[in-house]
Design a protein around this ligand. Structure first.
Ligand SMILES: [Zn+2]
Length: 78
């Protein structure tokens, strides 16, 4: 599975698709369009947030399942 993120260039606005693993391993990315170096420090923070959000999404899904299950059980009791 190749996770990719789009890193918008602050100079020209071009969105550079790059592998998450690459971004984690590098400090700056040369823009595909204008060639200016994009600092990846901010992107790394975003990656952490993105991963946390993905985890929260998973958690929400399992909570939703749990809720459906428990409301179903409550209805059966009445
Ligand atoms: Zn650029």
């Amino acid at each position: 599975m190749f996770n990719e993120i789009d890193i918008p260039c602050p100079e020209c606005g071009h969105e550079n698709s790059q592998r998450v693993a690459w971004v984690k391993a590098n400090d700056e990315l040369p823009c595909e369009q204008c060639g200016s170096a994009i600092a990846l420090e901010d992107e790394k923070h975003l990656l952490v947030i993105e991963q946390a959000t993905a985890n929260i999404a998973k958690l929400r899904r399992s909570l939703a399942k749990f809720r459906n299950y428990s409301t179903g059980a409550t209805r059966k009791r009445r």
